[in-house]
Design a protein around this ligand. Sequence first.
Ligand code: ADP
Ligand code: ASP
Ligand code: MG
Length: 409
Amino acid sequence: MSLIVQKYGGTSVGSPERIKHVARRVARWQRQGHQVVVVVSAMSGETNRLVALAKEIQSQPDPREFDVMLATGEQVTIALLAMALMDMGVSARSYTGGQVRILTDSAYTKARIMRIDEDRIRADLARNQVVIVAGFQGVDEAGNITTLGRGGSDTTGVALAAALKADECQIYTDVDGVYTTDPRIVPEARRLKSITFEEMLEMASLGSKVLQIRSVEFAGKYNVRLRVLSSFEEEGEGTLITFEEDEKMEHASISGIAFNRDEAKITILGVPDRPGIAYQILGPIGDANIDVDMIVQNVGHDGLTDVSFTVHRNDYQKALKILEPIQKHIKAREIVSGDKIAKVSVVGVGMRSHAGIASTMFRTLAEEGINIQMISTSEIKISVVIDEKYLELAVRVLHKAFGLEQPAR
Ligand code: ADP
Ligand code: ASP
Ligand code: MG
């Protein structure tokens, strides 16, 4: 007998029919003799609806109250799924994050899971019950409801699998695995049978929202066997996140292409080129809790240089406000900025042993007349910032250039 944690995303529980469908799948696993813990998201569109609702009342919603409200979406689906299971004669119980006691820190809207009390879940499983847990939420030491950031139900699933030492964590979604890139942008994208944990971590951090980055971090830290599968198909092995570079794995130089439109770019022109300047500019940005992603400083000229960096679009206006007085203080010439940019990244452990990946990437973009504004690299990825309007074209041509399409049959 094995213990399985299954997580179903918003589309997978988007209607009463879909919820009944999930119940049938869960019942099947249980009938086969497995212990099953199920994590569900809010019905598709519900979290967005709640966000919009709050903003109609308060343009910057109070974070504590925002979380009290956001957590309701998942509370609806856990109860509905429990009812659907009971209706099929399967005994089931649902719990909110606070009831399980998924203990988090107090960082509302992006809380981190610190501990999970598993006793209640284990006791229910021992009584042959299916346990259903609300994704995306927890409770802090003081008992306040917290949420884990968008896409956070993935993290609930993996964290529960880690706490319960589950045999596998299955993430059921609306695609049948992790693809070479988002199949909504490139229909020829190919499902990967497996992807290394390191690559998945890069893909998630670079914008592939098929898994929330923190869920991948948890899987890595606690060695959780993690699989992404479709809730819409009966068969299929999905994509396994592996910890070793398997001999049998497709030996491609690049495994996937990730992208995101969530960043904005800020450039400070004519900055005096002297020690301490980067700190004077980026120190206050960091102090304001704004994450900086790419940073580029040009070679100095006549004692002056230019500094560019990117921040999340949500922090863009806040960053500009912080920089205005700094620009005056350090006597920099001007600030130019824009949020119509996008970041495209190629990812693959094969990059370590294949030369020429960067030149293929740059040549491919050049042939389409796409200008590269910024570049950053790590051992297994190369990212470029380009004009947002070329994003889809860039992803498509790179996907082709690296031979990632479906093999012809
Ligand atoms: P859920 O509601 O089940 O959590 P999400 O919308 O969060 O589902 O994630 C699934 C979506 O992720 C897919 O529909 C797909 O458009 C997108 N996606 C982005 N990159 C990838 C990728 N490399 N492989 C598969 N799906 C991807
Ligand atoms: N319902 C939350 C969201 O839409 C959490 C999740 O679906 O993972 O972000
Ligand atoms: Mg998701």
